[in-house]
Design a protein around this ligand. Structure first.
Ligand SMILES: Cc1cc2nc3c(=O)[nH]c(=O)nc-3n(C[C@H](O)[C@H](O)[C@H](O)COP(=O)(O)OP(=O)(O)OC[C@H]3O[C@@H](n4cnc5c(N)ncnc54)[C@H](O)[C@@H]3O)c2cc1C
Length: 219
């Protein structure tokens, strides 16, 4: 979908292939895209030691050496989480904006905080090292890039749905956004960014939108 404009009976939608659709209700299920680090090796080693989700992939790094990259709360929480799996956790963050409490917890759990920026991810078939901007080279098995995410907030605004400050879309228990005829589900509604939540909310949003189209619910 490239645009969705409200009309009298619902929405006029245009897709990427320029197909026009008229709809009485819209469910936003556009997900999120993780913020990229933008260093050499990131793309090449994605799935071969580079991950964007410690909660999803942490279990694959039991007894291994990993680095978490990012200075925000999400990175701090991931660093703490990974101390339960990995033999060594480096937390690489030039600017730490996570709360003092989160930093304390991660460091107390055993994460080593390095005030540096990642410069390059290295390896052959899979990740073997992370080079930092101060020249340090960390020998390791995995790099978790935890820099947050972006969503399709602009599309939501076209439909009079105002995203939250973090670009997520707030919904109630029936996945209703508060704007007539517009529902949202999955990652775009916020954390946890997990399949189980996305699937569950998808069922709820689909049912609620269908009820709205049939005229069985008021808004
Ligand atoms: C690398 C990785 C590993 C993961 N591992 C796990 C795991 O082990 N367990 C787990 O539970 N979760 C995991 N997740 C998270 C899980 O994939 C997501 O929580 C889930 O897929 C969210 O579903 P969604 O439908 O909200 O969004 P998505 O699955 O992201 O789907 C959104 C879709 O909308 C499309 N889209 C976006 N904008 C538009 C538009 N304007 N018009 C039309 N289409 C659009 C996108 O192309 C995409 O196909 C992982 C995520 C990543 C990135």
């Amino acid at each position: 979908m490239t645009s969705a404009v409200r009309n009298e009976g619902g929405f006029d939608i245009v897709t990427e292939t320029d197909t026009a659709i008229r709809a009485k209700a819209v469910i936003l299920a556009t997900g999120i895209s993780r913020v990229k680090l933008g260093v050499p090796g990131e793309k090449e080693f994605f799935g071969k030691g580079v991950s964007y989700c410690a909660a999803c992939d942490g279990n694959f790094y039991k007894g291994k050496v990993v680095a978490i990259i990012g200075g925000e709360t999400e990175a701090a929480a991931s660093a703490e989480l990974m101390t339960a799996y990995a033999s060594k956790v480096y937390w690489v963050a030039k600017d730490v904006v996570a709360s003092e409490n989160m930093v304390r917890r991660s460091v107390a759990a055993g994460a080593e905080l390095l005030r540096a920026s990642a410069k390059a991810i290295k390896g052959e078939d899979k990740v073997t090292a992370l080079e930092l901007d101060d020249g340090t080279v960390l020998d390791l098995d995995g790099v978790f890039i935890e820099l947050g995410a972006r969503s399709s907030a602009d599309l939501a605004m076209d439909m009079d749905v105002m995203p939250e400050m973090d670009d997520t879309i707030k919904v109630d228990a029936s996945c209703f956004t508060g704007t007539e005829g517009v529902y949202a589900c999955g990652d775009v509604t916020g954390k946890p960014w997990q399949m189980a939540k996305a699937v569950g909310q998808g069922a709820v949003a689909g049912t609620a939108a269908a009820e709205w189209v049939r005229g069985n619910v008021g808004q």
